[in-house]
Design a protein around this ligand. Structure first.
Ligand code: PHE
Length: 364
């Protein structure tokens, strides 16, 4: 603002006054010409050039203002002075256009030189994500069992007592129902403690033959090196005529060979679950030592991997399936546990800490 006020060639009201005072305003025109020349000589880039163009030829430019000021000079001087202003304008336009071309060409050349790609430079490697080991094992399990004709069914994580316990023949006084083990949301609703709840939901809807695989998160009030309050399970359920424990073991052998090693074997030990009868715990021969005995299998040659059994006839009845006509087996395994065994991970927390140094080791 200050600068403008001092500016000799500012052709505002003052300028016009000057115009008329001096009659022709010729000296003002000369001043504008000189100033424009100097401004042009100082131009270094297209942006500055644009500013010069605007400052002199723009709608509020100084040359434009001179033309506007014509009105105020004596009529007889107008034609000749008008011509001089027009000449100045054309001359300036010509100079600016010419300069613009050379400035733009130079700028383009500079940019091309600057942005030249050196194809011999080493590339920037992009960090690539990897699938989480739990996801990998879950996908492998799905592949194995879908290959045997299982269908994937996912139940809800928030369950009610009926699906999680009652229908699974788990009586009200069973210790698993205790607050110590189960996260209750209300008296009736809870975070499911097992994917077995999905067995009931599916059997209520679908009648045999059934071959269901149900992966999902489960929640238990448990927390140490091998237990986490949230973990994943993979549930399997087969219901049909004449299904036997031998069918279960045959399928689990196939699972163990694919998941662990081509020579893996399984072993069934008697156990107890309210919803299976008989119930078994399934061990897989230790892949680390081939069954000879090592620190991983604590010298036994076997590692426990899952719980299973023949579906309790009461469970079938609860779902409206005749236990005299149909039988079935079910199994449930912890996906984290399988991942820990398969990859030699000794603390379950590593699977939830999301440490990239740990996770990036799981590449194909
Ligand atoms: N639901 C059982 C558990 O969480 C595992 C299991 C599933 C056992 C199916 C038998 C049959 O421990």
């Amino acid at each position: 603002m200050e600068e403008k006020e001092k500016d000799q060639t500012n052709v505002g009201a003052e300028g016009r006054e000057e115009n008329s005072k001096r009659g022709s305003g010729a000296s003002l025109l000369e001043a504008v010409r000189e100033e424009a020349k100097r401004a042009l000589a100082a131009v270094r880039d297209s942006r500055a050039l644009y500013e010069v163009r605007m400052k002199y030829l723009g709608r509020a430019g100084k040359v434009t203002a001179l033309l506007k000021g014509l009105r105020e000079i004596p009529a007889e001087e107008r034609p000749s002075f008008g011509k001089r202003i027009n000449d100045l304008r054309e001359a300036l336009e010509g100079e600016i256009d010419a300069l613009e071309e050379s400035v733009r060409r130079r700028e383009l050349e500079e940019r091309l030189a600057q942005e030249k790609t050196d194809v011999t430079m080493p590339g920037k490697r992009r960090k690539q994500g990897t699938l989480h080991p739990v996801t990998r094992v879950r996908n492998q399990l799905i592949d194995i069992f879908v290959g045997m004709g299982f269908e994937v069914y996912e139940g809800p994580e928030i369950e009610n007592e009926y699906y999680n316990f009652t229908a699974l023949n788990t009586p009200a006084d069973h210790p698993a129902r205790d607050m110590q083990d189960t996260f209750y949301l209300t008296d009736e609703f809870l975070l499911r403690t097992q994917t077995s709840a999905g067995q009931i939901r599916l059997m209520e809807k679908k009648k045999p033959p059934i071959k269901m695989l149900s992966p999902g998160r489960v929640f238990r009030s448990d927390d140490d090196a091998t237990h986490s309050p949230m973990f994943h399970q993979m549930e399997g359920l087969v219901v049909d005529r004449e299904v036997s424990l031998c069918d279960l073991q045959g399928m689990l052998d196939e699972f163990a060979r694919t998941m662990f090693s081509g020579t893996s074997k399984t072993r069934l030990r008697p156990s107890y679950f309210p919803f299976t009868e008989p119930s078994v715990e399934v061990d897989v021969s230790c892949a680390a030592c081939g069954g000879k005995g090592c620190s991983l299998c604590k010298g036994t040659g076997w590692i426990e991997v899952l719980g299973a059994g023949m579906v309790n006839r009461r469970v079938l009845e609860n779902c409206g399936i005749d236990p005299d006509e149909y039988s079935g087996f079910a199994f449930g395994m912890g996906i984290e546990r399988i991942a820990m065994l398969k990859y030699g991970v000794n603390n379950i927390k590593l699977l939830t800490e999301n440490d990239v140094r740990f996770l990036s080791q799981f590449r194909d």
